[in-house]
Design a protein around this ligand. Structure first.
Ligand code: FAD
Ligand code: DHB
Length: 392
């Protein structure tokens, strides 16, 4: 099989890239090792920045998002038993975020690609990437239904997530990795109950962080900080609710609604970046190149921002044969990536309980929250990062 851009991974990065390339008249093939059903049901992120929403709408994949997405113009930071609203609309000139599940984004993009005759090949295995150093034709090898197949292309996009094969295939010594692993994890649940608040609540509590989010007027998404080595069996439903009630408790008697838990899982927390995000004709995008801790709700949005840069660079190459934007892909993305890394690390540090923190650290953390919620300059900094820095 021959195509212009071979894409490994049908997550938000790979599918959005394929969609944007198609709109510029560039052919691609996406291969994915999981099934279509699996990727469309995998519960992950849920917050879309204004820029991600605008991109989906402008490129014709925003119909369901416009109908079902929940637009929010603020979030609450809760600490010392009190809630403080950060008013995004006021602080950012009317911007907001939209709650729309990542698997719905994946579904909309997959449907759009298939409806336009695009190729997304699910359930492949033994994927490997070859000849991308510029000396030969880049090739992706894989197996489908037991048969060996290959895609020859001009460029390979490694959109295969943190555990994918593209990044580790780049020769040793080319990439520098920057990493921080956090000494805690998030236990996330999806509960069949109306959200207990109209907006997201980020709670700092001495027992640990908790987050109230939602997926629809009938579905609540909740997270709580737990130890990184805990297994989900240690958290029966009753223990989860008890802990959530404690961490969200307020002086004004706010009430958390309980409902049947339909999904639960534990996610590790990590900050990770590789530099550069490219080698020869192989370009890394999204989680394949960087991971943020989820506190700033940035992972999915960062993946979308990368592929927007990559799609533009590839479009320039095919229209003018200039490699200028392609050569600058990594540099362009990394400027934004590092700012988002900083924000995600900062939100994580401000909101979580660190086991080795002493009484001084705890007071300093509360002072920071007090400052962020009482100074317009500080609230504005949080707001402009949360709704999303400019895409480029
Ligand atoms: P992915 O979505 O990981 O997509 C990569 C795709 O490549 C996957 O479909 C994978 O199956 C496929 N793949 C992997 N290896 C191969 C291979 N060898 N061959 C073919 N295909 C392959 N972010 C937030 O902001 N908030 C959250 O609450 C949040 N929760 C998360 C929970 C979990 C469990 C995880 C893992 C991530 C979470 N994230 C969250 C991060 C966010 O979901 C990611 O940043 C986002 O998915 C990045 O998109 P991507 O397309 O780069 O990678
Ligand atoms: C959600 C996830 C996040 O990481 C976050 O910061 C806010 C909301 C969510 O899944 O809804």
């Amino acid at each position: 099989m021959r195509t212009q851009v071979g894409i490994v991974g049908a997550g938000p990065a790979g599918l959005m890239l394929s969609h944007l390339l198609h709109l510029s008249g560039i052919e691609s093939v996406v291969i994915e090792n999981r099934s279509r059903q699996y990727v469309q049901e995998r519960v992950r992120a849920g917050v879309l920045e204004q820029g991600s929403v605008d991109l989906m709408i402008e490129t014709g994949v925003g119909e369901r998002l416009k109908r079902q997405g929940l637009v929010h113009h603020g979030v609450e930071l809760r600490f010392n038993g009190r809630g403080h609203r950060i008013d995004f609309a006021d602080l950012t000139g009317g911007k907001g975020i939209t709650i729309y599940a990542q698997h719905e984004v994946v579904k909309d993009l997959t449907d759009a690609r298939l409806a336009a005759g695009g190729q997304v090949i699910f359930e492949v295995d033994n994927v490997s990437v070859h000849d991308f150093d510029g000396s030969a034709t880049p090739t992706i090898r894989f197996r489908k239904d037991g048969a060996a197949r290959q895609i020859e292309c001009d460029f390979i996009a490694g959109c295969d997530g943190f555990h994918g094969i593209c990044r580790p295939t780049i020769p040793e010594g080319v990439l520098t990795a920057f990493e921080r692993v956090y000494p805690f994890a998030w236990l996330g649940i999806l509960a069949e109950v109306a959200p207990s608040s109209d907006e997201l609540i980020y709670a700092n509590h001495e027992r640990g962080f908790a987050l109230h989010s939602m997926r629809s007027p009938q579905l609540t998404r909740l997270y709580l900080q737990c130890a990184p080595d805990e297994c989900i069996e240690e958290w029966p439903d009753a223990r989860i609710w008890e802990e959530l009630h404690r961490r969200f408790a307020t002086q004004v008697g706010w009430k958390l609604h309980e409902g049947p838990i339909v999904q639960k899982g534990i996610t590790e927390m990590r900050s990770f970046v590789v530099e550069p995000m490219q080698y020869g004709n192989l370009f890394l995008a999204g989680d394949a190149a960087h991971i943020v801790p989820p506190t700033g709700a940035k992972g999915l949005n960062l993946a979308v921002a990368d592929v927007r840069v990559l799609a533009r660079a590839l479009a320039e190459f095919y229209s003018s044969r200039s490699r200028d934007l392609l050569e600058r892909y990594s540099e362009t993305c990394l400027r934004r990536v590092w700012k988002v890394q900083r924000f995600s690390w900062w939100m994580t540090s401000m909101l979580h309980r660190f086991e080795d923190d002493n009484a001084f650290d705890r007071r300093r953390q509360l002072a920071e929250l007090d400052y962020v919620t009482s100074s317009r300059a500080a609230s504005q900094s949080l707001a402009e990062n949360y709704v999303g820095l400019p895409m480029e």
